[in-house]
Design a protein around this ligand. Structure first.
Ligand SMILES: [Zn+2]
Length: 173
C-alpha cells in the first residue's frame, strides 16, 4: 500500500463511524498499516479492513479466510476467491453476518471438496476449510454436507447445522 493511499485511508477512518471515537492505542482502538493491509479497529467493536481488493467493515471471517487460503483474494469487493487455480469462490455481496459467511462456505465450498477437486487439491482445500471454520470435517462428511447443503439448497437446515455446533446427525436422512 503506497503512502498516499495510506494517508487517504487514515483520514477517512480517523473517526469511528459507529461511536465517533478518534482514539487509537491504550485499548481504545488499533491502527495497522502494512505493505498490503490497512486495518483500523475501535473499542466499540467496529473495524475496517482494506486488503487484497477488499474494503469491508464486517471482517472477522473474511480476514481469517484471506490468511488461511494461501492464494486467496477478493475480486472487485464482490467475490471471495479462495483458490484461484481451481475456481473455488463465492459471492460476498449478500454476506452480512458470520452465519451468512458460514452458510456460503457449506453451500459453495463443499462441492469442490467432495466432487470436483483432484487428489492433490481436495485435502488442501479441506484443511483450509477446517482451519477457517474451526472444524474437523473429513472428506466423507463433505459428501453428506454437499448432498444436503450444497448450492445453498437448504439455508434453514444450514443454519440449524451451524447452530448445533455441526451435528452430523442433522444431515442424515
Ligand atoms: Zn467506535
Amino acid at each position: 500500500m503506497n503512502l498516499s493511499d495510506s494517508l487517504v485511508l487514515m483520514e477517512k477512518y480517523a473517526q469511528c463511524p459507529k461511536c465517533k471515537s478518534d482514539k487509537v492505542g491504550n485499548g481504545a482502538g488499533t491502527l495497522e498499516v502494512e505493505d498490503d493491509t490497512f486495518k483500523r479497529t475501535c473499542k466499540c467493536g467496529w473495524a475496517v479492513l482494506v486488503k487484497k481488493g477488499l474494503v469491508r467493515e464486517d471482517i472477522t471471517m473474511i480476514e481469517k479466510a484471506l490468511q488461511v487460503f494461501p492464494k486467496s483474494y477478493v475480486y472487485r469487493n464482490e467475490e471471495l476467491i479462495l483458490e484461484p487455480r481451481n475456481n473455488v469462490y463465492f459471492r460476498l455481496v449478500d454476506v452480512e453476518t458470520e452465519i451468512d459467511f458460514k452458510c456460503k462456505m457449506f453451500a459453495w465450498v463443499s462441492r469442490p471438496i467432495a466432487k470436483s477437486l483432484n487428489k492433490y487439491w481436495a485435502p488442501r482445500v479441506l484443511k483450509s476449510f477446517n482451519t477457517l471454520m474451526d472444524t474437523n470435517f473429513t472428506k466423507s462428511d463433505m459428501y453428506l454436507i454437499y448432498d444436503r447443503l450444497g448450492n445453498d439448497v437448504n439455508r434453514k437446515l444450514t443454519i440449524r447445522f451451524i447452530e448445533s455446533g455441526y451435528d452430523m446427525e442433522l444431515l442424515k436422512r
